[in-house]
Design a binder for this molecule. Structure first.
Ligand SMILES: [Zn+2]
Length: 95
């Protein structure tokens, strides 16, 4: 018997319980909500990591990692920073 967190009220409930004792959410709804959340977060992890590496690689390939190139700094580094920060936020949300 495992415990899981209710996505609605944060109550610790058994996976075998028919409904959450805190808010009355049924286990079916809880499972669907939990699955949807983890899938959405995984997709975000993937996209943010892609954005980060895409920014980093394009910065090096197109501009040689030059910090004085304003053109290179504009979108490559922006994509890298957004991807990196987004990735960290998503990691914290999952954790
Ligand atoms: Zn609940």
């Amino acid at each position: 018997m495992a415990l899981q967190k209710c996505p609605e009220c944060g109550h610790q409930i058994s996976t075998e319980a028919p409904a959450c004792p805190g808010c009355g959410l049924t286990s079916l709804t809880i499972n669907i909500a939990t699955q949807r959340t983890s899938k959405a977060l995984k997709a975000q992890l993937f996209i943010s990591a892609f954005l980060f590496w895409f920014g980093l690689l394009s910065w090096f390939l197109l501009y040689g990692g030059a910090l004085d190139s304003t053109e290179g700094l504009s979108w490559s580094v922006t994509a890298m920073i957004i991807g990196g920060v987004w990735h960290m936020i998503t990691k914290v949300l999952i954790w």
